[in-house]
Design a binder for this molecule. Structure first.
Ligand SMILES: *[C@@H]1O[C@H](CO)[C@@H](O)[C@H](O)[C@H]1NC(C)=O
Ligand SMILES: *[C@@H]1O[C@H](CO)[C@@H](O)[C@H](O)[C@H]1NC(C)=O
Ligand SMILES: *[C@@H]1O[C@H](CO)[C@@H](O)[C@H](O)[C@H]1NC(C)=O
Length: 362
């Protein structure tokens, strides 16, 4: 472990306002930034709705439904749940029309795209982005929690075509609301530096010809001031992989999309009732109370759709969730990492508080 700016994150704590989810990070400012972005972005590049007819005509939507259904069925087989023939989808996103319906009648339609989140090119990555993470499918690292399998499709909002060969990165907190890789007040034990070297619930995948990545993780927990969410970032085309399964842009990360994926409140409530999540002592912020989600959900649909793998609405056997993200792949915006994950472990970015700087001295 290399710890260069050990006092930096702690030093910012004093600036944190009550609404800060992370020390030194003002949620209100982030929400305002996102609102401004949504306002100045034309609807055609904010929503994938205009792409739906084209995707249907090209057979892309049929392929999507088949792929998701196949993935959910094979997850059931792995868990000895193949005897369950129906999937239950309970969907409380304000944007999805099929509210609270047990859609067992037409199983293919169950897996249709509904969530079409539009990715803002200049939305903040938040204060807990760690660059240099590993390219891998399974990011769970034996973290306890409800298994979550995520199928994410990248679609170009201009052409309505899937975006192949793009690297998509996700990161989120664990069942008790702690992010790996960052040592800071408000994120687990600030006196325990071992977390700087941890990589759980972070990882990168390259999209297939259909623009799709699938991740194995756990359902995120929550932390003070924010509703449950998964961060997602799309590295621009041309980003290369290193031999050690990391990306070549550790110190120069840019993104053609940075955003967050949300979940309906009923699902969050069900997961939070399970033992592992119930141990979290941080107050729960609901979707309704979340400033960043409010800006986002006013016009676009950032909610993942999902089915339970177990029987009915039992979440304990895990969840299969999916979402399509609309991006402009020609965009690239600078991203500021809090920490670089390197061969020597986690190294705090001395410039995390300012503009992205050169690599730290090793
Ligand atoms: C979340 O991560 C922190 C830091 O590693 C750890 O102390 C805590 O036990 C983890 N939560 C769960 C439910 O494993
Ligand atoms: C620091 O955190 C790690 C990972 O959660 C844990 O295994 C270890 O016991 C902790 N050390 C102390 C001194 O609390
Ligand atoms: C992976 O390789 C890159 C390039 O050599 C290096 O900078 C980075 O520290 C390595 N990361 C890990 C986790 O070994």
């Amino acid at each position: 472990m290399v710890r260069i700016a050990s006092t930096l994150v702690a030093g910012l704590v004093g600036l944190a306002s009550v609404v800060s989810a992370h020390p030194g990070h003002d949620i209100r400012a982030e929400a305002e930034e996102r609102a401004a972005f949504i306002k100045r972005t034309p609807l055609s590049s904010r929503s994938l709705a205009h792409c739906a007819p084209q995707m249907k005509a090209r057979g892309l939507e049929r392929a999507n439904m088949a792929r998701r259904r196949h993935a959910a069925n094979s997850l059931r087989r792995k868990r000895d749940l193949a005897h369950l023939t129906n999937f239950q989808k309970r969907d409380h996103s304000p944007h999805h029309s099929d509210l609270d319906v047990d859609q067992t009648a037409d199983p293919s339609e169950l897996f249709e795209s509904g969530g079409t989140c539009i990715l803002g090119p200049d939305v903040t990555e938040g204060p807990y982005y760690v660059s240099g993470e590993l390219i891998r499918t399974d990011v769970s690292e034996e973290q306890a929690g409800v298994p979550l399998f995520l199928d994410i499709q990248l679609v170009d909002t201009k052409t309505c075509e899937p975006v192949p060969e793009a690297y998509i990165e996700i990161w989120h907190c664990n069942a008790t609301g702690v992010y790996s890789g960052v040592v800071a007040r408000g994120n687990g034990d600030p006196d325990n530096e071992s977390n700087l070297d941890a990589t759980f619930l972070r990882g990168i995948q390259q999209t297939s010809a259909e623009g799709v990545v699938q991740f194995e993780t756990i359902f995120p927990g929550h932390y003070i001031g924010r509703t449950t969410h998964v961060h997602v970032l799309s590295h621009p085309g041309g980003t290369k992989a290193n031999e050690n399964d990391t990306l070549s842009d550790i110190y120069t990360t840019t993104a053609s999309y940075v955003g967050q994926i949300f979940f309906d409140q009923e699902l969050i409530n069900a997961v939070e009732k399970t033992e592992t999540y119930a141990a979290n002592t941080q107050p729960l912020t609901t979707n309704d109370e979340d400033g960043i989600l409010a800006e986002e959900a006013a016009e676009i649909d950032p909610f993942a759709q999902y089915v339970t793998l177990g029987e009915g609405d039992d979440v304990s056997a895990g969840l299969f969730g999916w979402i399509s993200l609309g991006i402009d792949p020609t965009q690239s915006n600078d991203v500021k990492a809090a920490v670089f994950y390197t061969e020597d472990g986690g190294v705090e970015n001395p410039d995390a508080g300012g503009p992205p700087g050169p690599p730290p001295p090793l």
